[in-house]
Design a protein around this ligand. Structure first.
Ligand code: GRF
Length: 208
């Protein structure tokens, strides 16, 4: 069993957290989920973590004087738990320099569009309204920008004539739940190399 430790950060439903936790539980993903960090006390992701036996850290920004102080409190717990990788899964805050510096190249995010198209909070709706025929999801390293870091993996999802934003988002979620655990596995195995903006995987590219 590997001792690669991850923390998942989320603010909402937690379907990506669930996909990762399910694979860990099934023995398909050899990592330890040390912590769930959540900034929304009512979020469903907290319940999912409790059911999965994952420790939770629920903190809201308004409990702190500043975003830096908020992240310092999170960092303290991450350090205590010797977390190797931060996995953002529907975490609705930009990461600030406190965590970016402490976890340089060790924070990843999943976004529901084919970046660099349609960054931001409404990636699915923006792509849908634009009328694209293909959209999808992207896993990327996190930098100081909004959805701007080096891309690790992408999966395309076609937009169908009868789609609504909701039906499209549902299929994007399914794609996310496939690629996100796979990227976490590759990182845990030390297979992913970052060179400038270029990300490559030892033994070839991330297979889809
Ligand atoms: C996902 O669509 C992800 O791409 C975006 O936020 C959503 C989170 O969904 N960053 P969930 O909380 O994992 O269900």
């Amino acid at each position: 069993m590997s001792d690669y430790r991850i923390a998942v950060f989320g603010s909402g439903n937690g379907s990506n957290f669930q996909a990762i936790a399910d694979q860990v539980q099934a023995g398909q993903l050899d990592v330890k989920i040390e912590l769930l960090v959540c900034d929304q006390p009512q979020a469903k992701i907290i319940e999912r973590a409790e059911k999965a036996g994952v420790e939770t850290l629920v903190l809201t920004l308004k409990q702190f004087e500043s975003k830096a102080a908020y992240e310092e409190a999170i960092l303290e717990r991450l350090t205590e738990k010797q977390v190797d990788l931060i996995v953002l899964a529907g975490y609705m805050k930009l990461i600030s320099p406190v965590l970016l510096n402490a976890y340089k190249g060790r924070i990843i995010n999943i976004h529901p569009s084919l970046l660099p198209s349609f960054p931001g909070k409404q990636g699915v709706a923006d792509a849908f309204e634009y009328g694209v025929k293909v959209t999808g999801c992207t896993v990327h390293f996190v930098d100081e920008g909004m959805d701007t870091g080096p891309i690790i993996a992408q999966q395309a999802v076609p937009v169908l004539d009868h789609d609504t934003v909701e039906s499209l988002h549902q299929r994007i979620h399914e794609a996310e739940q496939q690629i996100y655990p796979e990227v976490v596995r590759s990182l845990a195995q030390g297979l992913i190399k970052l060179n400038g903006r270029k990300v490559s995987k030892r033994n070839g590219f991330i297979e889809r």
